[in-house]
Ligand binder design. Structure first.
Ligand code: TYM
Length: 335
């Protein structure tokens, strides 16, 4: 409820508009955001400034940004309960990021596995933004004094940096930032590629058969599951020896709320064909209502506009307070 907003603990999280969202994004983060929105004072952001650390076609960036906001709403986030906004609308993110970058050691950023992976892809012309990106993420989180950050497993290391920077700032100046905790789901924190189950499912992967998009239609979802890589063992069992099947069981369990044991039992003595058929139907049925609502919001852009404008106002107010405190503490003269 709005009236006791101040007593609630705070959540911040975001998703990059660097492509259409996958069920990895949904199960690792968005689904949990919806579950947490009643209990916490939540700030959920479309982090467009993060997305430009890799080249983006401006038209596509705009499209993806609005689409992701529409998915937030369609998945059940309520703008009356939480603050939904676009990162570039709130200048304090970039401003705090600058201050924090002067307190971040190069060595810390050099150790970031996501940066190492992206730079090893040999894409050439690596930009400084990609390198300092975790500092901007720390700024996002610390700016709202978030207590909790619901993310997938791949963000753990970035979150650790945010905690470290909060501690460092607090001990160098005085108590300013809340040291945030991660909220990483037990199941679904790392959904794997359907084609290479040893790799994470990613919205920027080249092979569309490797991921299921939240907005894929029923036929596409079923086809992609049918083509998912499995093994020759032929038993529906949750084990490391069967990474493809293990991943499918995880997805099945996350969408059905059935336990792993129940799923194994249900498919005892049955082949992968039936299992794949069922999982395709289950996921398609679960996503259909979201897809329909997304279409509604994309057809009603003025409603989206009203929501992101109001969100930006609320986020700006909260973030300005923290930023001025930081500016004062580091010794900047107040205007
Ligand atoms: P991004 O945009 O890559 O992903 C958004 C969220 O989805 C989760 N995720 C997954 N979870 C499970 N399985 C997968 N295969 C999978 N792929 C992605 C991510 O862990 C993430 O929670 N740096 C962040 C965005 C960000 C942010 C923040 C997050 C910027 N500032 C502040 C939290 C707080 C990112 O690139 O997420």
């Amino acid at each position: 409820m709005a009236e006791n907003m101040d007593e609630k603990k705070i959540i911040f999280s975001g998703i990059q508009p660097s492509g259409a969202l996958t069920i990895g994004n949904y199960l690792g983060s968005l689904k949990n955001w919806v579950e947490l929105q009643d209990e916490y004072n939540c700030y959920y952001c479309v982090v467009d400034q993060h997305a430009i650390t890799v080249p983006q076609e401006p038209k596509m960036l705009r499209k993806n940004t609005l689409e992701i906001l529409a998915v937030y709403l369609a998945a059940g986030l309520d703008p009356e309960k939480c603050t939904l906004f676009i990162q570039s609308h709130v200048p304090a993110h970039a401003q705090l990021s600058w201050v924090l970058s002067t307190m971040t050691y190069m060595g810390q950023l050099n150790r970031m596995t996501q940066f190492k992976e992206k730079s090893q892809k040999g894409e050439g012309n690596l930009n400084a933004g990609l390198f300092t990106y975790p500092v901007l993420m720390a700024a996002d989180i610390l700016l709202y004094n978030a207590d909790l950050v619901p993310v997938g497993e791949d963000q753990k290391q970035h979150l650790e940096l945010a905690r470290d920077l909060a501690d460092r700032f607090n001990s160098r100046y005085s108590d300013t930032f809340t040291v945030p905790d991660g909220y990483i789901p037990k199941l679904g924190a790392r959904i794997m590629s359907l084609q290479e189950p040893e790799k994470k499912m990613s919205k920027s992967a080249e092979d569309p058969n490797s991921y299921i998009l939240i907005l894929d239609d029923e036929a596409t979802i079923k086809r992609k599951f049918k083509r998912a890589v499995t093994d020759s063992i032929g038993i529906v069992k949750y084990t490391d020896e069967q990474p493809g099947i293990k991943n499918l069981i995880t997805i099945y369990s996350s969408f059905s709320n059935m336990s792993i044991e129940e799923i194994e039992k249900k498919y005892e003595g049955k082949g992968y064909g039936e299992f794949k058929e069922d999982i395709g139907q289950l996921v398609a049925d679960s996503l259909a209502p979201i897809r329909e609502k997304v279409e509604y919001y994309l057809d009603n852009k003025d409603e989206l506009e009203r929501i992101y404008r109001e969100g930006a106002q609320k986020a700006e107010k909260a973030s300005r307070r923290v930023l001025s405190k930081v500016y004062r503490k580091v010794g900047f003269i107040q205007r």
